[in-house]
Design a protein around this ligand. Structure first.
Ligand code: BT5
Length: 263
């Protein structure tokens, strides 16, 4: 598939209004994974806010070693962050990014979006964006985080494998026109910068409030699968630690820290 619009550095520089994120942008035609490239740059001293973006990823990844299919036409990027937070608070960055990207998509395209715990953005129940925050430690403390964002902007759905394609959607399909990825990336970085600042100022509760407002699965019966268990119950809330609060069929409540939700 050929996309008409280009993800050009000049376009990006001309439209980006940020003070921190994207002051340095590395653009590639193809990489294994933008998260991997950003990690390498960060471990060599890469600055906070540095962005890596690629037209295609050969080995795009999701959580737990899963694949993230990244054909041409998508918006695949990673940002280096150096927050002074506890390692256990990394999940807050994922929720923060989901609110920021959801806002950017809605603002740029007027499309209604939802979030699904812990790291999905959906349109009409189908996944349009996945977020992967990878923390790298130094002496037990957080050294840096690479925040990876994959948005199915103008991808051809036929390039995703059958099972994945059925539960995915591209922005182009959702809004009936080709998306300007340079503009979308600028809006994403601007929103990320705003919400990242809020997080650093200790205003996570405000971000969480917005997240809840975007989470239509709350109140629904869900099944949560993690590495070692499968739980069924009603999704009650996502709490201040970023944990999913589930009311099980016997009425007891439990908190889940990682897993996948099926509504
Ligand atoms: C995620 O993982 O959703 C995180 C995806 C992060 C991707 C970005 S792209 C830039 C940066 N560089 C990287 O290498 N990664 C980040 P998870 O929740 O584990 O979801 C993975 C699952 O989503 C897969 O098992 C598939 O079922 C599905 N999937 C794969 N590719 C997809 C796509 N393009 N659109 C929608 N769903 C997809």
């Amino acid at each position: 598939m050929t996309t008409r619009e280009e993800l050009g550095l000049n376009e990006l520089r001309a439209c980006l209004k940020t003070a921190l994120l994207g002051q340095e942008i590395h653009r590639f035609e193809e990489v294994g994974s933008t998260n991997e490239v950003a990690k390498r740059l960060a471990s060599q001293g890469g600055k906070e806010g540095c962005v890596v973006v690629a037209e295609r990823q050969r080995l795009g990844r999701g959580r737990l070693g899963r694949r993230w299919y990244s054909p041409e036409g998508g918006l695949w990027f990673s940002v280096i962050l150096r927050p002074e937070i506890r390692v256990s608070d990394t999940s807050k960055l994922t929720l923060m990014a989901a609110v920021a990207i959801a806002n950017a998509i809605r603002g740029a395209l007027g499309t209604m979006v939802e979030v699904k715990w812990p790291n999905d953005i959906l349109i009409r129940g189908r996944k349009v964006c996945g977020i992967l925050a990878e923390a790298v430690l130094k002496g037990g403390d957080l050294d840096f985080v690479v925040l990876g964002v994959g948005i199915n902007a103008n991808i051809d759905m036929a390039e995703l494998p059958g099972g994945v394609g059925e539960s995915a959607i591209a922005l182009r399909e959702a809004c009936g026109r080709e998306v300007d990825r340079s503009e979308l990336l600028c809006r994403c970085l601007e929103r990320l910068e705003t919400y990242y600042r809020m997080l650093k100022e200790g205003k996570f509760s405000l971000i969480l409030k917005e997240w809840r407002g975007l989470a239509s699965f709350l109140g629904e019966e869900v099944e949560v699968s993690s590495l070692d268990e499968r739980l069924r119950g009603k999704a009650i809330d996502v709490d201040e630690d970023g944990a999913l609060v589930l009311e099980l069929t016997d009425g007891t409540r439990c908190r889940v820290f990682s897993g996948d939700v099926q509504v």
